[in-house]
Design a protein around this ligand. Structure first.
Ligand code: ZN
Length: 130
């Protein structure tokens, strides 16, 4: 687990389907994503809509006066429903307990029981063994 792969909105890119090189629909992408923070493009869900993130005024959404803003709440609702993941809880955990503790939790959360690799939060697959 790598802190550079934790996006400003609390997604762990290491467990993201796009980072593994696939699309949400299951197809193979031409290029793998290097992670929201590392690729530093404006493609990420929130950055497209958020000036604070685009201008690099905060490292994580919880550092913003508007946290949790309506854009984050929309994304949160989608992740709660579809992927059983809470970005806001992730962010609050990082704020309260720190990045090291969060990475430890994430390592357990996404660990593939079969091979010990990282399974995907979006497809629930392990691209290492499945
Ligand atoms: Zn596996």
């Amino acid at each position: 687990m790598d802190p550079d792969l934790i996006s400003p909105c609390g997604i762990n890119c290491a467990a993201c389907v796009v980072f593994f090189g696939y699309t949400m629909a299951g197809g193979k992408r031409k290029h793998k994503c290097t992670g929201c923070r590392i690729s530093n493009k404006n493609c990420a869900f929130l950055k497209k809509k958020c000036k604070v993130l685009r201008e690099g005024d905060v490292t994580f959404c919880f550092q913003c006066g508007a946290f949790p803003c309506e854009h984050l709440e929309k994304l949160e609702a989608r992740y709660n429903e579809k992927y059983d993941t809470s970005l806001i809880s992730n962010l609050e955990f990082i704020r309260e307990k720190g990045m090291d503790a969060f990475l430890e939790l994430e390592a357990t959360r996404w660990k593939c029981p079969a091979c010990g690799g990282i399974s995907c939060m979006h497809s629930s697959k392990c691209y290492n063994c499945d």
